[in-house]
Design a protein around this ligand. Sequence first.
Ligand code: GDP
Length: 411
Amino acid sequence: ASLKSGQLREGLEPSRGAEPAAAAAETAEAKGEGKLLVCARCHSLRHYGRVKHPDAERLLPDFDFVAAVGPRLASPSGARSLVLLLADASDFDGSFPRAVARLVAAADEAHSADWKHGAPANLPRALLVVTKLDLLPTPSLSPDDVHAWAQSRARAGAGADLRLAGVHLVSAARGWGVRDLLDHVRELAGARGNVWAVGARNVGKSTLLNAITRCSGVVGRPSLTEAPVPGTTLDVIKVDGVLGAQAKLFDTPGLLHGHQLTSRLTSEEMKLVQVRKEMRPRTYRVKTGQSIHIGGLVRLDIEELTVGSIYVTVWASPLVPLHMGKTENAATMIKEHFGLQLQPPIGQGRVKELGKWVTKQFKVSGNSWDTNSKDIAIAGLGWFGIGLKGEAVLGLWTYDGVDVVSRSSLV
Ligand code: GDP
C-alpha cells in the first residue's frame, strides 16, 4: 500500500487501512529502505498518544513546549534555534502560540544588551507564519496590511516586544508562500540550526509541513524520525530531508488552547464551526436593544449608541446559523433555541456542558460606515467587525474561559 504525503496525517481510522499502511512501513524497514515510514495512525499515536480524533484529542493533556523544548532553545554552545510560530488566519488571536512567543521574547529581553553588537548568535529567532490565508477574503485585502496587522497581533499576543525575523502569509492548501517560507527557513537555520514548528491543534501545521516537504524536493515520501528531546521522544518528530544535511526541522504536537471555543466542542460541532472555504461576511444594521447570536455560542448585545444604528458584520463558518432579535428575548433564546435551531451546541443538554454563560463589555468608537473600526474576536470561532460613526457600548456573551478580544479590524 502506498501512502501519499498528503495522507500523512489525515487521521486514518484503524478500519480504514491503517494495517496496510503499517504493513508498508514494516516492509520498507525490512527492505532496509533507510528511514522508517510512519503511517498516519502511528504518527498520530506518537503525537497525541492515540489516533487523531477531535473527541479524543480534546481530552488529552497539552504539550508543554516551554518545559520540553525551552531549555534547548538558547543553549550557549548549541546551534541556532528558529521557532516557527503558526497562527490560523481565520482565528489569529485564538490560535497564536502566545506562551511560546513569550518564551522567545523573554530570551531576547534577557540578552537585550548584546543586541548592540547585532543578533547574538545563539538567541532563538522566530518567524511568524500565518496559515490558511485562502480563508480570508484575499481579493479585498492588501498583503502589506495583513502582514502589518499580523505582526501587531503577534506582539499583542506575546505581551512583549516580540522580535520577529519575518512574517509569512501562507496557504498550504493552495501552495501560496510555501517556497518563500522554505527559502527563508533554510537561510535562517544555516548549516546546523534547529527549527521548531509550533502551533495550536488544527492550525494547519501538518498540512504545511507536508507542503514544505514536497516543496523541498524530497523525493517520494517524507520520512519522520523521533527527536532527541529527553522525555519527549514520543512527542517531537524530526522531519527529515527538508533542511540539508545538518540542520533539523522538528514537528511538535499541536498545543491545546483551552481558551479556544473549539477546544470544548465535539467532532460533530467542530464540523459546523471550522471554516473550510473563503470566509463570507454576513452584515446587520442594528440598533440599541438588539442582539446578534452566532449559533448557541456567542451573543453580541447593542447596549448603548451615540448614533441611531451601527453595522455589525459576522465572520464565521457559514454552517453556523445567526439570529438577530431583541435583547429582551435573549433568555428565551437560550432556553428554547440553543442546541436546537441555534447550533452548535448540538442538543440542549450540551449547553450546560459548554460552561457558564458570561459577559464582557466593549466600548468601540469609529468614524466611518464603510470600513470596520474594530473587531471583537472570539477564540476558536470568528469575529464581529464593527462599523460605526460615533460610539457604542457592546456586551459580548459567551462561555466562561473563552477568550474574547477587541482588536484593530482585519477586513
Ligand atoms: P494540525 O492539527 O495543525 O496538524 O492541522 P492540520 O494540518 O491537520 O489541518 C487542520 C485542518 O485545517 C484540516 O481540516 C486541513 O484540511 C485544514 N487546512 C490546513 N491547511 C489549510 C489551508 O492552507 N487552507 C485551508 N483552507 N485549510 C487548511
